[in-house]
Each structure stands twice: as C-alpha cells, then as structure tokens.
Design a protein around this ligand. Structure first.
Ligand code: ATP
Length: 237
C-alpha cells in the first residue's frame, strides 16, 4: 500500500527555491532516510509531509489523500495517523516528564502503559523532572517516547538521534525497527549519521541542489563501488 506519493514538489522561500521538483513515494512498512547537506531542504520536505508547511507546486498525496483541496475534516483525520518529532524545543515548560506522557497517552487514547514506555526509553531517572530542565538529548528522548505513544501509521522524525549518546541512539533505533517490524509502521527521517542509514534504512533519498535521487536499497549505493554510505555522501555532496 502506498503511504506517500509526491510528484513535482516545488517550494521557495522568497527568491530562494529550495525544492525544485521532487518525486518520491513510499510503501507501508518502509524506513526511509533523507540525507543532504545543511540547508538542502530536508526539514522543509518533512514539514510539508507533516502537513504543517505549504508548498508552491506539485502533488503531495498521503494515505491516498491529495493535500491540495483536502477538507479540514480529512486533514484532521489524516493527522491522527501521523506522529512527528521536530528538533527539541522549549514546549511543555511547566510539565514533568511523567505528566507529559500521561497527557499524551490521554490525548492519543493510547493503550501503551506509561511504565512500559518509561522502561523502554529508560526515562526512570527523569520521570519527575521538568521537561524544560532536561538536556537536549533527554528532551529528544522524551519527544520520541511521546511520538510512539499514538502507535501511528507513519512517523516523521527530523534528526531524531542528533545529540543522543551512542547507547541512546541504539535504544531509539531498536524502537524504530521494532515498531516497523511488529506494527508495519512507516518511518521517514532525516539524519546526518550515515552509519544509521547503512544499518537501518531500507530506502535512501538524497536531496541536492533542490532535486532528489532515490536509492531503493542501501545496497544499491554500495554496489556502485562505494565502501560506505558515508563515502558515497562525501563524494556527492
Ligand atoms: N521559514 C523560512 N524562511 C526563509 N528561509 C527558510 C525558512 N525555512 C528554511 N529556510 C531556508 O531554506 C533552506 C532549507 O532549509 P531546511 O531547514 O529545509 O534545510 P535542511 O536540509 O533541513 O538543513 P539542516 O540539515 O541544517 O537541518 C535553508 O537555506 C534555510 O535557510
């Protein structure tokens, strides 16, 4: 089943054309890594998929609904199946970690036990800490725990592991892979860590100079003669 279908996507900020005609599609159950240098347009692309940013031209179809001309009711129902994690912010200033998880559990009407999610993400030591007092990495961890609470069909993660130590990156990736394999969930994410692309992603999308190239399998990149995805990336960008 096709989850996302993008054709000829264009987006400019004033005179700066960031996306110059992107074509992209993904099927249920894939993990897609989006790569490109700083400012290439990765977050812009993801925010369009999150339905929080407008675009100028092209078609963006999510779960079979073309975002152009979609009704507000359809948009609300479509958003229920999408979870997003933006880069850590200063939201939720006055709430403690456990309170935040309870709030979102109620909001998403999730069956997942708070204790389970605290265990999985190893949040115990900070369950009573205020979100705003946490370090960037811990904020990221809590944001991810929240994203998984809704058991969405599609998770969109903007640099989910930036700022996390290797152990925590591992925990997070176990969660993503598990969610993907057990629930058939689709994950699209940006990262600057090429080892993560190589180890965990099914598909890779490179954005460079406003256009994109898709590699259906990471092996397709390595079979071009590159020793690693990092070598490929450095030679292309
Ligand atoms: N709201 C905005 N107004 C004007 N320019 C913007 C806006 N958002 C992004 N840009 C510009 O668009 C370009 C693409 O930004 P974007 O954040 O999508 O890139 P990115 O690939 O995610 O970068 P990074 O890897 O650094 O996070 C950059 O030049 C950025 O400065």
């Amino acid at each position: 089943m096709k989850i996302i279908d993008v054709k000829g996507l264009e987006k400019s900020y004033g005179n700066l054309q960031v996306l110059k005609g992107l074509d992209f599609e993904t099927n249920a159950g894939e993990i897609i890594g989006v790569i490109g240098m700083n400012g290439a347009g990765k977050s812009t692309f993801l925010e369009i998929l999150m339905t929080i940013k407008d675009y100028d031209r092209g078609d963006v179809t999510i779960f079979g609904h073309n975002l152009k001309g979609i009704s507000m009711d359809q948009l609300i129902s479509l958003r229920k199946d999408i979870s997003v994690v933006l880069q850590p912010t200063q939201f939720y200033k006055s709430l403690k970690v456990e309170e935040l998880l309870r709030l979102f559990k109620a909001y998403y009407q999730s069956d997942i036990e708070i204790g389970q999610i605290i265990d999985d993400f190893q949040l115990e030591q900070h369950r009573k800490s205020f979100f705003e007092k946490l370090s960037g990495g811990w904020k990221q961890k809590v944001s991810l725990a929240i994203a998984f609470l809704s058991e969405p069909k599609l998770i969109i993660l903007d640099e989910p592991t930036t700022g996390l130590d290797p152990h925590m990156r591992n925990v997070l990736w176990s969660y993503i892979v598990d969610y993907n394999q057990k629930k058939g969930g689709t994950v699209i994410l940006t990262t600057h860590y090429m080892d993560e692309i190589e180890l965990y992603c099914d598909k890779v999308m490179l954005i460079d100079n406003g256009v994109n190239k898709i590699f259906e399998k990471t092996e397709d990149i390595l079979s071009l003669g590159y020793r690693s995805i990092n070598d490929f990336y450095l030679s292309k960008v």
